[in-house]
Write a protein that binds this ligand. Sequence first.
Ligand SMILES: Nc1nc2c(ncn2[C@@H]2O[C@H](COP(=O)(O)OP(=O)(O)OP(=O)(O)O)[C@@H](O)[C@H]2O)c(=O)[nH]1
Ligand SMILES: [Mg+2]
Length: 379
Amino acid sequence: MGNSSSRKQPTPNPELNKEWRQILWKNRDEVMRNLKDFRPGNPTVGAVRILLNGQVGAGKSSFINSINSIFQGHITTEALADGTGGKSFTKTYKTYTIENRSAPGSNCSFVFNDVMGLEAAEDGGVRADDIISALKGHVKEGYKFNPETALSEGDPLYNSNPNLGDKVHCLVTVVSADNFAIMNDDMVKKQRKIRLAASELGIPQVAVLAKVDMACKLVKEDLKRVYQSRYIKEQIDKFSQKLGIPVNCIVPVQNYNNEIDLNNDVDTLLLSALKHIVNFADDYEFLRAGNNQTRWEEVLHHLLLDLHDLLHLHNLHNLHNLQFLHLLKNLHNLHNLHHLPQIQMEGLSSELGIPVTCIAPVKNYHEEIDRVMKWVCCR
Ligand SMILES: Nc1nc2c(ncn2[C@@H]2O[C@H](COP(=O)(O)OP(=O)(O)OP(=O)(O)O)[C@@H](O)[C@H]2O)c(=O)[nH]1
Ligand SMILES: [Mg+2]
């Protein structure tokens, strides 16, 4: 008779029964048209600025190239990408505009900033402080990143008086799906530091899980199954927990890497991600135009994550601390539940004369990416 504990668990089916997020694979052209027509909600800003941040080799430059390729109608490699070596291939701070071929001579109303990749070592890759300066609009075009020292005031490439257009309106964290699992704690800490700074500045954040084709055989065979892949779903959930990014702010993509022709499915997934990013960036504009308050709920979120880490770091696992962890988890859930910005509630309260305590926020979405965090009803 076999021991029940040694009995093998059946391997779960790598393919989920049903897509957990809907993608309209035939909607490529419509999404692209909408993106071409997009104009920032704040008319003083010509284009929303999207900064791509992430580990060396995650796929930041390839994402920019892929988006540019879609809009140009053929594969382009303007933001140089490279797969060799553990050091960042991108060295300088550069803005990429996307030509809008439907209106000759004009550009799309979103721009990308490519930066040097992060390395776990303190003295390797881009410095977190440089990314934070870039978020605030202090980094001028052409600045060459120096892993040893951060850009400082007085440097000719330090912009001490940035305008709204120089500032970053959406921070995009790019993570590679094939090696996300081995991201070490130092890397997580650097990423969190940057995310916390972005939260304090009120900058919306999106995460892109790139290289889904490399991470999952099912997806490599058919990209349309990306939301049916158990592995990708698990990666997104882990990614969300590790970096404290809500699931509905994480989008998977496959960048163009060795293809010579465009492909409808690759385009559709990339455009769906871009639509999401641009919507978020536009929310920043709205907030800045109306209110300068910090998004306190995100700051709280980071604080809870750090506390959680601290407990684990010191191996505090006795009953008392388990209770504390439970409390933290509840607080965390509570925070997620009340993700609707305090700012909106206060605005609504003063506009309608209804006390804040009588306004009930609701949360209907969890994993969906459409209409999430768009606060459409509050505009
Ligand atoms: N298969 C596959 N390869 C990808 C994908 N995205 C990027 N790559 C490859 O991964 C390698 C690194 O990509 P880059 O775009 O240079 O990465 P990066 O984040 O800009 O890297 P640094 O500038 O060095 O920090 C290149 O060889 C790309 O072709 C993807 O979605 N799928
Ligand atoms: Mg790069």
